[in-house]
Every structure is written in structure tokens, then in C-alpha cells.
Design a binder for this molecule. Structure first.
Ligand SMILES: [Zn+2]
Length: 324
């Protein structure tokens, strides 16, 4: 039987969003809550509550299953959470816990992979067989589509674009490594750069955005000051764009993608970061640079939910022997 809906759940460091999604990608019911900070089981409870909430009133036979995106490295074949920096979920059997208390099949995947999945099925990357998605937000996430399929690597942990090394012995990264893209572009890194800048330069609008308190400077203050034209703040973000552009030189040389899709809160609000990254890529990459178009993501905050639902629908169809 061809079901009409799937549930997509997008678990982030600060909020969890869920949606009941039609096959064509329309979210017919959604719900959101803050991510609990009282341990892994509270997070699982929240996921189950959200699934119950969005499926209330829908017959279970109409729902293909649940896809859950986690900010974690997932062993896709075993469906286990292997590594998770922002939430206490590593080693927790999220899939079994959710399945035992809901009536649906559950599939886990990395949130960056699912954002790419959403953009591929319903958004900016529709029809693109080879593309790269970058989400610039709290962390730097990514997803790869190669030859029309999501590329996860041998066990599902590939596609971590944000954790490519761009500087030997560079600044620490939340993952435990150093000199990664996220060491320069993650919220923590941009906030730290903002703090340094207000110590060094008098009169930067960053301090005003932080209410005059040097200890309160965050990435958001840097972004807002930059959007208002503050040169110091713009300088911080342009430097991050340089770093990203260098990483993209490597990625374009390696993968020859057709599209680079940029999403995430910071990516979507600060187009000039990507303009700088694109400039660097266009100057330094080999011939494949001519094939690449940079585009903004189209699905915004819904990319994760839509991608998770699309994954659940695909998994259902392959279990049932149906074809897209
Ligand atoms: Zn890292």
C-alpha cells in the first residue's frame, strides 16, 4: 500500500522540530519544543511526544514511518549513534527506544545529510545529481549527493564537511580536533572572534549589539553588526569565508559537484560569506570550478524535517518493493 505521509523529526542542540509530511513535501502539521537538557531519556521522551502530537488524528496505516535527524555521526547500517558533541546521545539506542514506544518504523540519519536530502527532494537541489550542501549554524554541517544518491561512506559517517582540516595546528574544534572549518565558522568560533575584536578595536558596533558588555558577545552580535555595515564584524565573517573558500577548493577538485547549496541560520543571513568563499574557490580550484553554481537553500528551517520525512518514505517504499 502506498502511504500518504511520513513523520520527520529534526533534533538540534536547542530545539526539536517534527512534522507530518505529505509525499509531495507539504508539512500538514508541525510541532516544536526546546531540547531538554536533563539527559538522553528526556530527549527521547520529547521526540516521542512530538511524534504523537503531529500524528494525532491520522490513521497509523497512512504513515510510512519516522525519520529522525540527529546532530551526530550515525552508523547508518546499524542505526547506532556513534559520536555526538552537543547532546548526550552517543551510544544511546535512540531508534529502538522510539520504536518500542511508537507504532512506526524509525530511521536515523545525520542532520546535515537530511538537510541535503530535503533540498534534493523538495528544494534548491531538485534534479541535481552531484551536489554539496553546507549548513552554517551552531556547527558547520554538510551533506553530499553523488550520482543522485546521498553519499554516507562505508558506515554512514561521511559527509562531515565542517570537520575538514583547513589549518595545521589551528584552533580547537568542538569535535576534539583542531583547525577544522567549524573551528573558524561555528557559532562558538565566531563569538570568540567577536570577543577578541571588542578588546582590540574601540568603537566596533559588535559591543553595542552585546549591550556594552564584553563578556556577552556572541556570534549573533557579530552577524548583526556586520549586516549593519560594521567593518570589524564584516572582517571576521569575510575571514571565515576565506577559510571556507579554501576548503571548497579541495572539495570541488575532489568531487566536481554541480551545485553548492548553502543553508543554516548564518549561511542564509550572510550572503557575503559565501560570496567570498565562492571568489576564493573560483580563483583557486581546477577546471571543475567552471561547473559549480552556488545557491541558497530554499527550505530554511524545514529542510531537516522534510529530509527526515523523505528518508522515511524511501525506506518504506524499499521495504514494500515500491519505486519512486
Ligand atoms: Zn571538528
Amino acid at each position: 500500500m502506498r502511504t500518504s505521509f511520513a513523520v520527520g523529526v529534526d533534533v538540534g542542540g536547542t530545539r526539536i522540530a517534527a512534522g507530518l509530511v505529505e509525499r509531495k513535501g507539504r508539512i500538514v502539521k508541525d510541532a516544536v519544543m526546546l531540547t531538554p537538557d536533563s539527559g538522553p531519556f528526556a530527549i527521547v521522551d520529547a521526540i516521542i511526544d512530538l511524534i504523537d502530537d503531529v500524528t494525532a488524528g491520522t490513521h497509523p496505516s497512512e504513515v510510512a514511518g519516522v525519520g529522525i535527524g540527529l546532530p551526530a555521526q550515525i552508523d547508518f547500517l546499524r542505526q547506532s549513534v556513534e559520536f555526538c558533541t552537543n547532546l548526550p546521545l552517543a551510544g544511546v539506542d535512540v531508534r529502538s527506544l522510539v520504536m518500542s514506544r511508537s507504532r512506526y518504523e524509525v530511521t536515523l540519519d545525520n542532520d546535515g545529510n537530511l538537510a541535503a536530502f530535503g533540498e534534493s527532494r523538495f528544494g534548491a537541489a531538485k534534479g541535481a545529481r552531484d551536489f554539496l550542501m553546507l549548513t552554517l549554524g551552531t556547527g558547520v554541517g554538510g551533506g553530499l549527493f553523488l550520482d543522485g544518491e546521498p553519499y554516507r561512506g562505508s558506515r554512514g559517517m561521511g559527509g562531515e564537511v565542517g570537520h575538514m582540516v583547513v589549518q595545521m595546528d589551528g584552533p580547537p574544534c568542538p569535535c576534539g580536533g583542531s583547525g577544522h572549518i567549524e573551528s573558524y565558522m561555528g557559532r562558538a568560533a565566531l563569538g570568540a572572534k567577536g570577543c577578541e575584536a571588542v578588546e582590540r578595536y574601540d568603537g566596533s558596533a559588535i559591543l553595542a549589539e552585546a549591550g556594552g558588555d564584553k563578556t556577552e558577545v556572541t556570534a549573533e552580535h557579530v552577524v548583526t553588526a556586520a549586516l549593519k555595515g560594521d567593518e570589524v564584524a564584516r572582517g571576521i565573517l569575510l575571514e571565515a569565508g576565506d577559510v571556507l573558500g579554501r576548503a571548497l577548493v579541495g572539495l570541488v577538485n575532489l568531487l566536481n559537484p554541480k551545485l553548492v547549496v548553502i543553508g543554516g541560520g548564518i549561511g542564509e543571513s550572510c550572503g557575503f560569506i559565501m560570496d567570498r568563499a565562492e571568489e576564493v574557490m573560483a580563483t583557486e580550484a581546477m577546471a571543475g570550478r567552471r561547473d559549480v553554481t552556488f545557491v541558497q537553500a530554499e527550505l530554511g528551517n524545514d529542510a531537516g524535517v522534510l529530509g527526515a520525512a523523505a528518508l522515511a518514505l524511501d525506506e518504506y517504499d524499499s521495504r514494500e518493493g515500491l519505486h519512486r
